[in-house]
Design a protein around this ligand. Structure first.
Ligand SMILES: Nc1ncnc2c1ncn2[C@@H]1O[C@H](COP(=O)(O)OP(=O)(O)OP(=O)(O)O)[C@@H](O)[C@H]1O
Length: 241
């Protein structure tokens, strides 16, 4: 497998605090990978390093074999990296359709624009809400519209920061199905996530961060069976048997 995203001895310090600590991480092309870890483990910081919103204190970031360590966020987006953050990135006063039109209008026009909007609305389970103001969507639907904005550029790598935060179990499941469909279409996905049912639904591999370091890595089954991982989350290990 070729690594689509790779970090080499990546470090980020805020003053005396080392938040990313010598991280050597590889994301394979074509996989869905989840990044988990206790609060403050450094997950969001790592995401911001990937996106170019933070510059590393030392180390390198490679994307498709190219050194992108010093590229600006917009340059990384042009290379096919797209992100959905937790903070709202939609135009609340506009309709769902208008939001998607804004995201797509630089690439498509006329009939092909209409066709792509219809396809995205269907994919996002938002066809019936197309002409509603984005502000009046449910929390989960807003998240879906944001996913729609993030995938409108047809990214090669999609970064999702807690995509299911605040969602109902049904919405979370539907989001998982969206991620699986995107991945089946060839999109590589890296998601920061707390909901282990969602992680189980989507992830082929999981990386656990702890104090800014890679603490464990493996399949969902390996990670959930790992006593040391349970220990850092709960401070103790519960065995049913
Ligand atoms: N801009 C900053 N300046 C100083 N400290 C920061 C900054 N950003 C993050 N930190 C610190 O870095 C540590 C890791 O934060 P980060 O948000 O990356 O963790 P996280 O794993 O995403 O946590 P959570 O699960 O709570 O979102 C925390 O101690 C945080 O206070």
């Amino acid at each position: 497998m070729t690594a689509l995203l790779q970090t080499i001895d990546l470090n980020k310090r805020f003053g005396g605090l080392r938040v990313t600590n010598n991280v050597n991480f590889e994301l394979d092309e074509g996989e869905v990978h989840c990044l988990i870890g206790p609060n403050g483990a450094g997950k969001s910081t790592l995401f911001r390093l990937f996106l170019g919103e933070h510059s590393p204190s030392s180390g390198r970031i490679l994307y498709a074999g190219e050194d992108i360590t010093h590229l600006k966020p917009f340059q990384r987006i042009r290379k096919g990296i797209s992100v959905k953050f937790q903070v709202p990135g939609i135009f609340a006063a506009l309709s769902v359709r208008q939001n998607l039109t804004i995201a797509l209008q630089h690439h498509l026009e006329g009939a092909s624009l209409d066709e792509e909007i219809a396809r995205l609305l269907e994919f996002l389970r938002l066809t019936a809400s197309a002409d509603m103001q984005a502000a009046s969507l449910s929390h989960g639907q807003k998240q879906w519209l944001e996913i729609g904005m993030a995938i409108s550029l047809k990214p090669r790598l999609l970064l999702l920061d807690e995509p299911t935060a605040g969602m109902s179990p049904d919405e979370t499941y539907e989001t998982g199905e969206m991620v699986r469909a995107l991945n089946a279409d060839g999109v590589t996905v890296l998601a920061v996530e707390h909901d282990m049912a969602f992680v189980r639904q989507i992830a082929q591999r999981v990386t656990v961060l702890h104090f800014g370091q890679i603490f464990a890595q493996g399949t969902v089954a390996e990670i959930t069976a790992n006593d040391a991982v349970a220990e850092i989350y709960f401070g103790h290990v519960d065995h049913d048997d």
